[in-house]
Design a protein around this ligand. Structure first.
Ligand code: ATP
Length: 436
């Protein structure tokens, strides 16, 4: 199957209400995108799948939802004020700006003009807290969720009776004033992260790093990403953040090339150490059994909800020919699909719409579903194929006679008859429950 182009995916997103250009009626705002009715369901499903795998199904991880605007000293302690920068170069001719590490040599990739020397540009968005706009009231929008977790380490430890090793997970918005956003959802200035800080005893960090590396790779594979389009890329010593002992990126082969989906880093005790130095608060852990006090090490798998969603979309997008007609299908994993099923009356008469509506209402108590009675049945199937609905349920004259419906599967297009009263059970078996 040839990989789709970004244009095909972007067009589908716009046409079917997954993703719209942000502020479109005002001409749009660069790299600002809005999720539409189907996109918001898909994104929720991505985040839920992450939460289930990382929090719900484990007994060693709890959740947190920290504030986006934090005390200004957090960003001094974390090193973001001094070091959360990208090298910026300007083209002297066309005035465009680029990330120095994204261009080759010293000439502008757009016009061939000469580039300036690189200078460091801080990626944090600044704002003011309260009515006075002076330096004493400057605050930043968080560029990652992780610091909210570190500053709550004590709170969680004291209220949850957790023992090492344990993790604190967060899903939430982060903001970065990216120099060159782009590639649709891949790099935007506001995005959602899914981050886990997993605290371990020093000495056991290598073991847990390997554990999370394998777990996270498995998550993408279980949700359907093609094995051949996923790879791990360990950071070289020159790329490694100064505090990190090791880091591996999980990369996906997007239409624009291999790019990072997630970074898994061994952050050592850097963050807890810095926050305890800057806040003056003791952030050590006391091991009751060994009677030892120490700063735990942290393994951090940091993923992006939007980047994962884009990878799932690109990977699922297929165009094929069926009986001489083009068909676009999103072969999304059923757990990710915005609608799990769509219900259709074959005819708009003979009581079929009423019967189909009843089935639709029953289904919606268990799954997100859609109802469609407009146009030929073939066209209705195609409309659902295009948005990834894994199952179609058709009510026809036999339904009125014997109480069975047609259950059509999106990918194989095979159809079986199922008794109406076994439908929920049948779908549950095929889709899997929320925790399967
Ligand atoms: P990059 O090198 O692509 O700028 P990064 O290494 O700075 O990314 P991290 O700081 O490790 O990214 O952030 C963790 C994850 O958050 C990334 O793997 C990605 O999925 C997501 N992420 C980071 N920046 C963005 C962005 N501008 N837009 C969308 N997602 C992002």
């Amino acid at each position: 199957m040839p990989a789709p182009t970004m244009e095909q995916v972007v067009n589908l997103c716009k046409r079917r209400g997954f993703v719209f250009p942000g502020s479109e009626i005002y001409g749009g705002l660069g790299a600002s995108l809005d999720y539409g009715p189907l996109g918001v369901e898909l994104k929720r499903n991505v985040k839920d799948a992450w939460w289930r795998a990382v929090v719900t199904r484990r007994d060693d991880v709890v959740g947190l939802d920290a504030a986006i605007i934090m005390h200004p000293r957090v960003w001094e302690a974390s090193g973001h004020i001094a070091g959360f920068t990208d090298p910026l170069v300007d083209c002297k001719a066309c005035k465009q700006r680029f990330r120095a590490d994204h261009v080759q040599g010293t000439v502008c990739p757009e016009c061939g003009g000469e580039l300036t020397a690189a200078r460091q540009f801080n990626l944090m968005f600044k704002t003011y807290v309260g009515p006075v706009e002076d330096t004493a009231h400057v605050a930043h929008l968080r560029p990652e969720t992780a610091q909210g977790t570190f500053v709550n380490f004590r709170n969680v430890l004291e209220t949850s009776r957790l023992k090492l090793p344990f993790g604190i997970a967060q899903v939430g918005r982060s903001f970065r004033n990216e120099i060159t956003p782009g590639n649709f959802l891949f790099r935007t200035r506001e995005f959602e992260q899914m981050e886990l800080e997993y605290f371990v005893r020093p000495g056991e960090d290598d073991h847990w790093f390997e554990h999370w590396r394998a777990e996270r790779m498995r998550w993408y594979l279980d949700l359907g990403l093609g094995r051949e389009r996923l790879r791990e890329r360990p950071h070289g010593p020159d790329e490694l953040a100064h505090y990190a002992k090791g880091c591996v990126d999980i990369e996906y082969q997007f239409p624009f090339g291999w790019s990072e989906l997630e970074g898994i880093a061994n952050r050592t005790d850097f963050d807890l150490r810095r926050h305890s130095e800057h806040s003056g608060k003791d952030l050590t852990y006391f091991d009751e059994e060994r009677r030892e006090r120490f700063l735990p090490y942290v393994i951090e798998p940091a993923a992006g909800a939007d980047r994962s969603l884009l990878a799932f979309l690109v990977d699922a997008y297929t165009e094929e020919e069926v009986d001489g007609e083009a068909r676009t299908v999103l072969r999304l994993h059923p757990q990710l699909a915005p609608y799990k099923a769509a219900v259709f009356p074959l005819l708009r008469k003979d009581g079929q719409p009423e019967r189909a509506r009843k089935i639709y209402d029953d289904l919606r108590r268990h799954f997100s579903a859609d109802y469609d009675q407009a146009g030929s049945i073939g066209r209705r199937y195609r409309r659902q194929d295009e948005v990834g609905t894994p199952f179609g349920i058709t009510v026809d004259h036999d339904t009125m006679r014997d109480g069975t419906v047609t259950l059509r599967e999106r990918d194989s297009m095979t159809q079986v008859r199922v008794p109406e009263d076994r439908l929920i059970e049948e779908l549950r078996g095929r889709i899997g429950g929320p925790n399967s």
